[in-house]
Write a protein that binds this ligand. Structure first.
Ligand code: KIV
Ligand code: NA
Length: 264
C-alpha cells in the first residue's frame, strides 16, 4: 500500500478522527510502529537524549539525525516519516532551512520536516512549503529554547496564550500542515485546535487536540524519568533489564547456550 500523505492528515481533521504519532529512530521500531498502524513517525531531535545520551536537544546535528531518518524510512512502509530540523539548521534563514530540509528529503528520504517556533520562523516555513516540503510546526515548550525558558516548564499560561495562538495562526497561514503543541494548558490547546483548520498534535496538551505524540521510549517505559504528561503503556525498562539479567545468569551458570542453540 501507499504511504500516508498530508492529504490523509487533512482529511482526518475534517472527519474529526484522532490519530497517534510516535517517534522512531531505527528500522526495527519503525517496523513495529508501522505494523501497529501508527500513521506518522517522527524522527525527533529527542534522539539527542534517547539515542545519543545528551541532556538536551541542543547538541544534535543534521549529520547525527540523517542516518536515523533513513533507517526509519527503510523500516516502515505505510507511515509518513517526519524529520526534525535540529537546533542550528534553520534559524539563520530561508537558505539554511532549505538546505537542511533538502538533505533530510534527499539523503534521509523524509516526507516532511518539523521545526520549532512561530512568527520568527514564518519565512522559513513559507519558503519550504513553496519548495514542496510539507512542514510541521512546534509551539509551546520548544526544547531547542530550553535555555531561554530556564528549564522545561509549562508554556502559554496567561498572556503567553495569546502569543501562542498568534504563532499557530501564523504557521497555518504560512502553509504548515500540522502543529505540535507541547506542554501547554488544556484550555489553550483546545482553543487553538478549534481555531485552526490544520491538525494540532498534543504532547502534554490535554485530550482536545486532533492528534497525540509521545517519545516512544517514554510511552513504552524505557526512560526512567518522565514528565507528568507521559503515560507508560509498557514497562520495557523492567522487561529488558530482566532479559539481560536472565541472559547473564545463564551464561555465568552455563545453562546458555543449550543443545538446541548449538551446531553439531
Ligand atoms: O523531538 C521530539 O521527539 C519531538 C516530539 C516530542 C514532538 O519534537
Ligand atoms: Na523535537
Amino acid at each position: 500500500g501507499r504511504r500516508v500523505t498530508v492529504r490523509d492528515i487533512a482529511a482526518a481533521k475534517e472527519r474529526h478522527e484522532k490519530w497517534p504519532m510516535l517517534t522512531a529512530y531505527d528500522a526495527l521500531t519503525a517496523r513495529v510502529f508501522d505494523e501497529a498502524g501508527i500513521p506518522v513517525l517522527l524522527v525527533g531531535d529527542s534522539a539527542a537524549m534517547v539515542v545519543y545520551g545528551y541532556d538536551s536537544t541542543i547538541p544534535v546535528t543534521v549529520d547525527d539525525l540523517l542516518p536515523l531518518t533513513a533507517a526509519v524510512v527503510r523500516g516502515s512502509q505505510r507511515a509518513m516519516v517526519v524529520a526534525d530540523l535540529p537546533f542550528g539548521s534553520y534559524q539563520s534563514g530561508v537558505a539554511e532551512a532549505l538546505a537542511s530540509a533538502a538533505r533530510f528529503m534527499k539523503e534521509g528520504g523524509a516526507h516532511a520536516v518539523k521545526l520549532e517556533g512561530g512568527r520568527r520562523v514564518l519565512p522559513q516555513v513559507e519558503a519550504l512549503v513553496a519548495a514542496g516540503v510539507p512542514v510541521m510546526g512546534h509551539l509551546g515548550l520548544t526544547p531547542q529554547s530550553v535555555n531561554a525558558f530556564g528549564g522545561y516548564r509549562v508554556q502559554g499560561r496567561g498572556q503567553a496564550g495569546d502569543e501562542l495562538m498568534a504563532d499557530a495562526k501564523g504557521l497555518e497561514a504560512a502553509g504548515a500542515f500540522a502543529v505540535v503543541l507541547e506542554c501547554v494548558p488544556e484550555e489553550l490547546a483546545a482553543k487553538v485546535t478549534a481555531s485552526l483548520s490544520i491538525p494540532t498534535i498534543g504532547i502534554g496538551g490535554g485530550n482536545q487536540t486532533d492528534a497525540q505524540v509521545l517519545v516512544w521510549q517514554d510511552m513504552a517505559g524505557l526512560t526512567p524519568h518522565t514528565a507528568k504528561f507521559v503515560k507508560k503503556f509498557a514497562d520495557l525498562n523492567t522487561v529488558l533489564g530482566d532479559a539481560a539479567r536472565a541472559y547473564a545468569d545463564e551464561v555465568v551458570g552455563g545453562a546458555f547456550p543449550a543443545a538446541e542453540h548449538t551446531y553439531r
